[in-house]
Design a protein around this ligand. Structure first.
Ligand code: NDP
Length: 333
């Protein structure tokens, strides 16, 4: 038996997520590797799954948790043997396949990444899918800047949703690479926190979140946007000639009320960033870069630890924008 969060949807009780005990015999058939989960995390998508606010879970019952880190305890997959330390992000885990907010998981070996050298399982989940996505965004921008001869320090980089998981890690990564980072937030009271991560300036997200003109004063050589909607449209409209925007989120909305003007008149590039189905080589490169570059003290400063049962209430908090940085979940607490 092992502890897990379990989501159920019934006519009587409606949509419901609670801590429960499961038997390995209840596992759905998918999977050729069993992992004893040590740490999981809470991401925005986990909040959607736990609360049912958006239909990310499509089959029931479902164990939520789009990521986890732990140790292989059984495997018929050629790449993994008992004792291997692994992590997983996405691939529909916690949405279509039982996920990481549990003490045990049974998944496909093809989805697993070896825990990178120098990164503990706890730190890997402090980074989590949010931080790994931030790294995918930063990698896309770095490639773009290299191709276009834009060096670190040659202009400001905007990070929206700054206090969130993606935003916090993106600020730390970009500042660590020598970029001048401007943080956009609806929580100006957290300015000291954002500056401690490396932001040089903190702006009110209201500057970006309302409808704006198709082209505005050029400012950013790059943008990491986890917010979408008018914020993303305004970010594109204020990006400098030949700059780039990496779009990964929809905290404000899924719409994109923009014009083509920044793309056809300023040569701005909009990169779409997906972490869920990203190819393995890209995942491994992102995790290796995270292990090598992310300041562990900064990571500790953005991370709060909670227990498995706490994750139910925290799911609502993250959707309400009440969570700062990252939540790491100790599945054994
Ligand atoms: P968080 O909830 O941790 O952060 C989101 C942040 O967005 C909040 O902290 C807040 O920052 C800001 N925000 C919230 N509501 C609004 C609003 N109405 N208008 C403007 N800003 C708002 O989530 P994550 O960082 O984990 O994820 C961020 C987004 O990225 C989500 O939409 C998530 O689904 C997406 N995502 C996508 C992935 C992919 O593969 N493409 C992978 C991971 C995440 P502040 O208080 O500073 O304003």
């Amino acid at each position: 038996m092992f502890k897990a969060l379990l989501i159920n949807k019934t006519d009587d009780a409606g949509y419901h997520c609670a801590l429960t005990e499961l038997d390995e015999a209840q596992w759905p058939v998918t999977g050729d590797v069993t992992v004893q989960v040590a740490w999981s995390t809470l991401n925005y998508k986990d909040g959607l799954a736990i609360t049912g606010q958006s239909p990310v879970v499509r089959s029931f019952p479902m164990v939520p948790g789009i990521d986890f880190a732990g140790t292989v305890t059984a495997s018929s997959h050629p790449r993994w043997t008992v004792g291997d330390e692994v992590l997983l992000n996405g691939f529909g885990v916690g949405e279509n396949h039982w996920g990481g907010l549990a003490q045990m998981a049974r998944v496909k070996g093809d989805w697993l990444v070896a825990l990178p050298a120098g990164l503990s399982a706890r730190d890997a989940m402090a980074v989590g899918t949010a931080g790994y996505t931030a790294m995918l965004c930063v990698m896309a921008l770095q490639r773009h800047w290299t191709d276009n001869g834009m060096a670190p320090g040659s202009g400001e980089v905007l990070v929206t949703g700054a206090n969130g998981g993606v935003g916090s890690v993106a600020i730390a990564l970009l500042a660590g690479l020598g970029h001048t980072v401007v943080a956009s937030t609806g929580r100006p009271q957290e300015a000291d926190y954002l500056k401690s991560l490396g932001a040089t300036e903190v702006i009110d997200r209201a500057n970006l979140s309302a409808p704006g003109k198709p082209l505005q004063k050029e400012r950013w050589i790059g943008v990491v946007d986890s917010v979408g909607s008018h914020t993303l449209a305004n970010a594109c409209a204020t990006t400098r000639y030949a700059g780039a925007v990496a779009a990964c989120g929809l905290a404000q909305g899924m719409d994109l009320p923009a014009s083509v003007a920044p793309f056809i008149l300023r040569g701005v590039t909009l990169y779409g960033i997906d972490s869920v189905m990203a190819p393995m080589a890209k995942r491994e490169a992102a995790w290796a870069a995270l292990a090598n570059t992310l300041d562990r003290q900064q990571l500790a400063s953005i991370t709060r630890e909670i227990g498995l049962a706490d994750a139910v209430a925290a799911g609502a908090d993250i959707l309400a924008g009440k969570v700062r940085g990252r939540l790491v979940v100790n599945v054994n607490a």
